[in-house]
Design a protein around this ligand. Sequence first.
Ligand code: GRF
Length: 229
Amino acid sequence: MRNKPESADTNPGSIVILISGRGSNLRAILEADLPCRIAAVISNHADAPGLGIARQHGIQTMTVEHRNYPDRQSFDSELAICIDSFHPDLVVLAGFMRILTHEFVMRYKNRLINIHPSLLPAYGGLNTHARALQDGVKIHGCTVHFVTEDLDHGPIIIQAAVPVFMDDTPATLGARVLHQEHRIFPQAIRWFCNGQLNLDADGIVRIQDTEQRETALISPRMESRQCAS
Ligand code: GRF
């Protein structure tokens, strides 16, 4: 890894986290005791509540306000300068609500990850919970993936699925999904920091030393006599 501090032998790397708002995923990451140093949290909004969470944890915060830049290109290049000043091994998008330019995505190729509130490739983009409810899907969820130019379509690292209930609203379904986001995002970062993530020739993420277990989430629940073998 690049640009390690003096204590490089005991420091497996550092990450920079980008946020735009609330910061609940940021909080989950900060509380996860990950095997890496969180070098900084950067927001495109000076008043993002997540910045306060970072400060409470003693993490350095920076703001690069997108409104101060005439176009996407100039904002992204200023953002990259800010990120690179921390020499991170990994850049984490934790609710960073900006579409990124080709140059930015290529600069951090294979070291830029995002969390998305749906089971990709279904429901890329916004309003994922409302759209899932409208379609009547019975299972919904969240995805951590590497970022590529193709919005919300990069190589998938980990997903969590939740049941959709008959009386769900976007808010209740979103809360159920968010709870899982807080579990899988730190796990994905841990795998990255431990060097367990590999991309194969087909661009599929392979994870070393993980357990595979055959379990099915069936939603709604089946009648018990149909469950009996
Ligand atoms: C999360 O739902 C995440 O999946 C999406 O933006 C939201 C950010 O929430 N990309 P928070 O700021 O982490 O609470």
